[in-house]
Design a binder for this molecule. Structure first.
Ligand code: SF4
Length: 236
């Protein structure tokens, strides 16, 4: 059976605590409960994109927080999500997902960017392995959709600026509310889609095709709590 998987969900396989059982259940049950995700993060990502594009329209260059790409690249339109996808014939998996930003460098090559609203840290982000796969998946799809060659990947962390003192209060207040700033930090991600993505697709197919859910992660606190709950219920 054909499988459809997003770049981000594929990235979950690279996380240290990845659980094949949870993955199997999610892939076989698209209507799982507790899947509500606050919309504020995508609102901030889309606002960040507007700032980038308006900055380019006004100053003919990208904002400084896009680092070295600032004066050597321009934003280009990313395709609609219904177009930015690729079918892997070997595993019969449809890979989907659209990056937040695609830049084109002066030499014609492309840079793929994803925005994250989070505190910036070069190594401490526990989700970094997932983001690395997510961006490499965009490169994998992009190069098959005409964005060829992709020459770089980067995460832009938009870090909320939360320091507030009585002295700077007036600068953030306005009649109906307050402003909160964001500081951008660029983190380059290693580009190696052809090495990273095919083995993950094969692993997805292998897990998905198992007739029953595989064993769970033995370190998982949620499963331990569930076992404890069952033990208590059975002892009554
Ligand atoms: S071990 Fe944890 S992560 Fe795996 S299925 Fe159980 S609850 Fe989910």
């Amino acid at each position: 059976m054909q499988i459809r998987i997003s770049a981000k969900n594929l990235g979950a396989l690279a996380l240290p605590g990845f659980c094949p059982r949870c993955f199997w259940i999610k892939m076989h049950s698209p209507g799982l409960p507790f899947q509500i995700f606050p919309g504020i993060f995508s609102t901030i990502d889309s606002y960040t994109k507007k700032v980038t594009h308006n900055h380019f329209a006004r100053y003919d260059q990208l904002p400084t927080w896009l680092g070295k790409f600032g004066n050597q690249a321009k934003p280009v339109k990313a395709p609609h999500h219904s177009k930015f996808q690729v079918m892997d014939g070997k595993t019969d998996i449809l890979l989907t997902g659209v990056p937040d930003e695609i830049l084109q460098k002066d030499n014609g090559s492309y840079i793929i960017i994803d925005y994250k609203t989070a505190k910036y840290t070069e190594t401490q982000d526990s989700l970094l392995p997932m983001y690395e796969v997510q961006l490499n998946t965009y490169a994998y799809i992009g190069e098959r959709q005409g964005f060829n060659p992709v020459s770089g990947l980067a995460l832009i962390y938009m870090e909320p600026q939360t320091d507030l003192t009585p002295d700077n209060l007036d600068s953030v207040l306005h009649e109906d509310g307050f402003l909160m700033g964001f500081e951008g930090h660029l983190l380059e991600i290693e580009l190696n889609p052809e090495e990273r993505i095919p083995p993950l697709l094969e692993r997805v197919r292998k897990i998905y095709d198992q007739p029953v859910p595989p064993a769970g992660n033995t370190e998982c606190k949620d499963c331990m709590l569930l076992d404890e709950l069952i033990r208590i219920a059975q002892s009554r």
